[in-house]
Design a protein around this ligand. Structure first.
Ligand SMILES: [Zn+2]
Length: 243
């Protein structure tokens, strides 16, 4: 009799265990499917598609060549790092390019190569909710000019908000922690750039440093700096979505 009771208890426990396992499994599966909507619980929606637009590419090296150092390659390097940070945060990421190519062949319009390249970028950007174009600046007339600038379209309230959020993040993560100085600061500015004007989503264009300034150039060669910059842009986007 005693043996029988023990047997029943074990049997019930096994059944209960099985039921519990199925229940937990179901929760995990449903949890996975609902992941996107659950993320809004944490204060921001990750269902937003983020477009990363590394400026130039292929035949277009970007701002002139300085010491064998090309803007297009720096832009792509930071863009790929940013993509990694954003996908780690479960964002959907769209890239205008992931290789050293220009985009004019993706445009159906009849115009100059330069305009077709920009038109192709615009079309890709408009498939997202937020867009970040990454560029490197140059000022051959004044090699002392340095620093980061985040541009938004003059009439865009959302663009300005996104620019400010990324700017704050760069000042906190890159300038305070990495450079350990407040002497230079990232700033935001309105500008009538094609990718800001012709697109319909929250857009910014970031100039992540001056290739013509020796100190900035050293930073633009540093993988650590580029990683910090990408991390700061990622955090800035998240902060923007939380607001
Ligand atoms: Zn550029």
């Amino acid at each position: 009799m005693l043996k029988r009771t023990v047997f029943i208890v074990i049997k019930i426990n096994k059944k209960a265990l099985l039921a519990l396992s199925i229940f937990i499994l179901a929760l995990l599966i449903i949890g996975g499917w609902k992941e996107k909507s659950l993320q809004t619980v944490f204060g921001y929606s990750l269902s937003k598609k983020v477009v990363i637009d590394p400026g130039h590419g292929g035949i277009d090296g970007g701002t002139g060549e300085y010491f064998g150092f090309l803007e297009k390659n720096i832009n792509l390097n930071v863009a790929l790092k940013l993509k990694k940070y954003l996908t780690d945060e479960k964002f959907d990421v769209i890239m205008t390019r992931e290789k050293d190519i220009s985009l004019e062949e993706k445009s159906p319009i009849k115009a100059s190569r330069y305009l077709r390249d920009l038109d192709a970028r615009k079309r890709i950007i408009n498939n997202g909710d937020i867009s970040v174009s990454i560029h490197v600046d140059a000022n051959p007339d004044s090699i002392k000019t340095r620093g980061v600038k985040i541009y938004y379209y003059p009439n865009s309230i959302e663009g300005k908000k996104l620019a400010q959020s990324i700017c704050n993040s760069i000042n906190n993560i890159v300038y305070k922690r990495f450079l350990n100085t407040n002497r230079i600061k990232a700033v935001i500015a309105p500008e009538d750039f094609y990718v800001l004007r012709e697109t319909q989503i929250s857009c910014v264009l970031i100039e992540i440093g001056f290739i013509t300034n020796p100190e900035d150039r050293k930073l633009l060669k540093s993988e650590k700096y580029k990683a910090k910059m990408a991390k700061a842009i990622c955090d800035g986007i998240i902060q923007y979505l939380k607001e």
